[in-house]
Design a protein around this ligand. Structure first.
Ligand code: MGD
Ligand code: MGD
Ligand code: SF4
Ligand code: MO
Length: 702
């Protein structure tokens, strides 16, 4: 243990549940203990338990790297920053400020996310910033903003679910993606009220086996029709809460007319879900006693993800759930700071406090805090995938903070090619991720247990991340990197490297916006205060939104009529199966972190594809066989996992693996017209037996 180490009460580095843990520095690294906290109730998943392993790995980056042909050479910080700043200046001079792009991440602390948005607009002067949350929460956010006038994933504390009678999970596999969360579903399970909608018999769907819950298994991508069918039944059977609708919503008449078209038999034909099952789901949701509807990426990551989430909100509003004590609607935020990461200005059209960059009053307010003229701030940029599409054409340099896009973006091969056309790719990371491997300059940064900051969890609660250990010599904080680059770029304003100071500035910048943090500071959070935003100066925070009003001016929620759009036709040829993608318990996202934890890698060493036994027989493959999945965009090698838990017409791949095991070699770069969310969950593929060659080489040594 070094003098620079101290026991720290902090939170897990991975997902939005932000399970509480205590880190105790050891001679080599740190020990993880779970802490009692409302969201995790003293529990952690395997990823949390093993999180400290990443602090001491031998392949940790400890010096800036510069590309020299096919190799990297270590260089000093001064040289690296001079070189980056010099190239950025030159590109700006030749092509204008928008020639530089910034790609952020929902894993960054609030302080880093805030500073990155400011850095882009003030130091670089570019409009072209967006982030990986576009691939995650954008559809749910767009739907929430349109219906409620505000976007906080869960507008109530997670522990409210403990008393639920019925919980409808639409496209969410919490048993694998936030295991301690299922503690909050016990009561609903005992009461036979857990309803899971997933084309797969996921770990969460299996929880419905006992106690009489319901697993609904629609054809992938038909959730919108399914929910429209439930709305039809709720209205037709008189299950809607008319008093609530009259008092708290607008738009019911048009919604009722539009729901006529979705009679149950038609919905059965389109989704494959039997009429009696549709009716029993609708009736169960309408029973008294506490009903919650929650969405996950399974229904949101589609070209119609915003409309599907909107339909889910419509259903919840018809049943009178949002804002009614003991009931509710929400979306389950994914990344560690997936909530805070979408509030402070990493989004292309956004300023801190969840303000709009097009709103003159918001520009004036934020510009004042930043000490720059409002008209010096650029306008809105473009969403993530469009930004990646511009690389090499209009955008010639990209700074990446907290994302591994060559694994996680759709149509990943074309993304890798575009990165290759840049004049400068700078990646900040603590490991040489697959994206960092393509960089011109890699800057090594501090990680979770080595830094101070705040994260905002899935329930809109602001939490302190605390430092337990010193960072390895050579790694630097991103706040420091931004301040050094800002200085070299002669940027106006102040560029603090102290997270508490940056938080104070963030609080000021957010003041008066929807996500108002102005009453908070590190100091206050350190008292153990429970802090759900909005937390304006002088307030006590807002654990439950919507009890009295929604955030639109008239205080009412909007029922927004949505229709399935015409099926897009795709040249499919032999591609007769539908690929859906998602997650495994053991790996996190692109796997850049968890593939480096030996225990997690050993549990899930290679890509497996779930196939139905009948489909396997038809294709001549057995469990464990190497297979290849193909379509017009690419080919992926995997091992067959034959399971009756998936539909005949569907195959499932996790997206955590690199190289030719990237699920995203197959996904398509089409997006939702409202949210710009890519279609991650429905792609046509064909599946073939492959020769018995090694599937992937992901073995790592320590
Ligand atoms: N272990 C682990 N945990 C994680 C993460 C991780 O990478 N690994 N990532 C975190 C992040 S960032 C996120 S966003 C969350 C995501 O958490 P989830 O939303 O729970 O994760 P997914 O596995 O992407 O999708 C959930 C389910 O959607 C189903 N699905 C696929 N297509 C469809 C469809 O068309 N309709 C319906 N109804 N369901 C469908 C899949 O079968 C899957 O079981 O997890 C967080 N937690
Ligand atoms: N096919 C398919 N693709 C998907 C999805 C899917 O369901 N299916 N889900 C999408 C979703 S929901 C998400 S959220 C994305 C996530 O995908 P990515 O954006 O690729 O997320 P990560 O793998 O978490 O990448 C984070 C990288 O940043 C590093 N990192 C972590 N913390 C920090 C930090 O504080 N600073 C810096 N500079 N680096 C840091 C990590 O080491 C890692 O290399 O993937 C999307 N892609
Ligand atoms: S559920 Fe999420 S926050 Fe909790 S230990 Fe696992 S990865 Fe960490
Ligand atoms: Mo996500």
């Amino acid at each position: 243990m070094t003098a620079d180490a101290a026991i720290a009460d902090t939170h897990c580095p991975y997902c939005a549940l932000q399970c509480a843990m205590r880190l105790t520095p050891q001679r080599d690294g740190a020990r993880v203990d779970a802490r009692e906290f409302p969201t995790n109730r003293g529990g952690l998943c395997k990823k949390g338990w093993t999180a400290a392993e990443l602090l001491t790995r031998g392949d940790r980056l400890t010096a800036p790297l510069r590309r020299n042909g096919d190799r990297f050479e270590e260089i000093g910080w001064g040289e690296a920053l001079d070189e980056v700043a010099g190239t950025l200046r030159a590109l700006r001079r030749t092509h204008g400020a928008d020639a530089v792009g910034v790609f952020g991440g929902g894993g960054l602390t609030n302080e880093k996310a805030y500073q990155l948005g400011k850095f882009a607009r003030v130091a670089l002067g570019t409009s072209r910033i967006d982030y990986n949350g576009r691939f995650c929460m954008s559809s749910a956010a767009a739907a929430g903003n349109r219906a409620f006038g505000i976007d906080r994933g869960l507008p109530f504390p997670v522990a409210d679910l403990d008393e639920a009678h019925t919980v409808l999970l639409l496209g969410s596999n919490v048993a694998a993606t936030m295991p301690p969360f299922i503690r909050h579903l016990s009561r609903a399970r005992e009461r036979g009220g857990l309803i899971v909608v997933d084309p797969r018999r996921s770990e969460t769907a299996r929880l419905t086996d006992e106690g009489g819950g319901i697993h609904v298994q629609p054809a992938p991508g038909t959730d919108l029709v399914l929910i429209l069918g439930l709305i039809h039944i709720v209205i037709a059977e008189g299950l809607a809460d008319e008093g609530y609708i009259a008092q708290r919503t607008v738009g019911f008449d048009a919604l009722r007319v539009s729901a006529n078209a979705w009679w149950p038999e038609r919905v059965q034909q389109m989704t494959g879900v039997p009429v009696p099952l549709l009716r029993s789901v609708a009736r169960r949701l309408a029973e008294n006693g506490g009903t919650y509807i929650l969405t996950g990426r399974g229904v949101e990551q589609h070209v119609d993800g915003t409309d599907t989430a909107t339909a889910a909100i419509n259903l919840a509003l018809l049943l009178g759930l949002p804002g009614t004590p003991g009931n509710g609607y929400g979306t389950l935020t994914g990344q560690g700071n997936g909530q805070g990461g979408r509030e402070h200005g990493q989004k292309c059209d956004q300023l801190p406090g969840y303000r709009k960059i097009t709103d003159p009053a918001a520009r004036a307010h934020v510009a004042r805090v930043w000490g720059v003229p409002a008209d010096s701030l650029p306008g809105p940029g473009v969403p993530a995938l469009e930004l990646l599409d511009l690389l090499g054409d209009e955008v010639h340099a990209l700074l990446v903070h907290g994302s591994n896009v060559v694994v996680s973006a759709p149509d990943a091969d074309s993304v890798a090619q575009r990165l290759g056309r840049l004049q400068l790719l700078v990646v900040c990371d603590f490991f040489l991720s697959e994206t960092a491997q393509l960089a011109d300059v890699v800057l090594p940064v501090t990680q979770w247990a080595e830094e101070e900051g705040t994260m905002t969890s899935l329930e809109g609660r602001v939490l302190r991340r605390r430092r337990a250990l010193a960072a390895p010599a050579g790694a630097r904080s991103e706040l420091w990197i931004m301040s050094e680059l800002a200085r070299r770029l002669d940027a106006p304003g102040t560029w603090s490297t102290d997270p508490a100071e940056v938080f104070d500035e963030l609080a000021l910048a957010s003041e008066g916006g929807p996500a108002d943090y102005s009453g908070l500071s590190h100091e206050l959070l350190d008292t153990g205060l429970t802090a759900h935003w909005p937390f304006p100066r002088g307030s006590r925070g807002t654990p439950r939104l919507f009890e009295e009003r929604f955030a639109h001016d008239d205080g009412r929620a909007r029922l927004v009529v949505v229709h399935p759009r015409r099926e897009r036709s795709e040249p499919s040829g032999a591609a007769d199966l539908t690929l859906i993608t998602g997650r495994l318990l053991e790996h996190y996202q692109s796997g850049a972190q968890t593939r480096r934890v030996p225990e997690l890698l050993a549990a899930r060493p290679e890509l497996t594809a779930q196939l139905h036994p009948a489909t396997a027989v038809r294709l001549g493959v057995s469990d464990g066989d190497p297979i290849e999945l193909r379509n017009t965009r690419g080919a992926v090698r995997a091992r067959a996992e034959v399971t009756a838990g998936i539909r005949h017409d569907t195959v499932f791949l996790p997206f955590h693996y690199p190289g030719d095991a990237r699920a995203n070699l197959l996904t398509e770069g089409v997006t939702d017209p409202i949210s710009a969310m890519p279609e991650f969950k429905r792609t046509r593929v064909s599946v073939h037996a492959a020769s018995d060659t090694p599937v992937v080489e992901t073995a790592v040594s320590r």
